[in-house]
Design a binder for this molecule. Structure first.
Ligand SMILES: Nc1ncnc2c1ncn2[C@@H]1O[C@H](COP(=O)(O)OP(=O)(O)OP(=O)(O)O)[C@@H](O)[C@H]1O
Ligand SMILES: [Mg+2]
Length: 233
């Protein structure tokens, strides 16, 4: 299971590197052309519009860099000491307004101190929490439960939402598997890759109509993640 997850993380890594590589060149060309057109524009309105276009290209560039941080080698985690409770609160803060509008109660319980790549873990938690919110109707709740025991930290994201039928549960985390019209199907795959890269794991339990629990585990002692078996084949 862990090997399979690592193999997937590797697949994603390749895919991300490829994608960012292939998107960067056309984006660079667009940016240069927009800059040129802006310099040569004869009226203020065109200049302003082209400036907006240029800023948007810049924004796409940073999103690419941020989102596709998977093109960083697997072993290059930037670990720092961090409170999982504070990290979860940060994520819940970001989705607070969305949850309030949807009528979903969100809360965090528990705490653990870990040494992790904060940015990657935040992204992972964000993906799990937004999935939980997506699945939960008004009146429901989403909870992030954190615990620390037996040399590991546990982060559970629980929701009282629609749950998953067995055929969805079986495929959740497969890159590009999605049941949502606007979904990319990368959220869980990236979240799982983040936990696996830290030497941990991410597992789902779900019951249709009752809700979903996703359990992320992070070892407190750093283990070196070996890629030998995962890269074979
Ligand atoms: N908490 C949950 N409750 C019910 N279904 C879920 C839950 N989390 C994930 N899923 C199912 O797993 C699928 C894959 O989730 P994933 O986050 O990988 O992609 P997505 O949410 O569809 O798109 P995105 O890439 O934008 O996150 C979802 O489309 C949904 O069907
Ligand atoms: Mg998602």
């Amino acid at each position: 299971m862990a090997q399979e997850a690592l193999a997937r993380a590797r697949e994603l890594e390749h895919l991300s590197a490829q994608l960012s590589h292939e998107l960067k060149n056309p984006l660079g060309a667009i940016k240069a052309l927009v800059q040129l057109a802006r310099r040569e524009a004869c009226d203020d309105q065109s200049r302003e519009r082209l400036e907006v276009a240029e800023n948007e290209v810049e924004r796409m560039n940073s999103i690419l860099q941020e989102y596709l941080s998977f093109s960083r080698p697997l072993d290059k985690l930037r670990r720092e000491r961090c409170s999982l409770g504070a990290l979860a609160d940060e994520v819940l803060g970001i989705v607070g307004a969305q949850a309030a509008t949807a009528g979903v109660a969100i809360r965090r319980a528990g705490e653990a101190l870990v040494e992790v790549d904060t940015r990657r873990l935040r992204e992972a938690l964000f993906n799990l929490v937004t999935n939980a919110l997506d699945a939960t109707a008004s009146g429901g709740k989403v909870e992030v439960r954190i615990a620390q025991r037996d040399g590991e930290a546990q982060v559970e994201v629980r929701d009282s939402g629609r749950g998953m039928p067995p055929e969805v549960l079986e495929r959740v985390g497969t890159p590009f598997f999605t049941t949502r019209e606007q979904g990319t199907g990368l959220g869980v795959a990236m979240a799982r890759a983040a936990f696996t890269q830290h030497g941990g794991s991410l597992e789902y339990r779900s019951e249709e109509g009752r809700g979903t629990v996703v359990v992320g585990v992070l070892p407190l002692q750093q283990k070196r993640v070996t890629l030998g078996a995962a890269s074979a084949g």
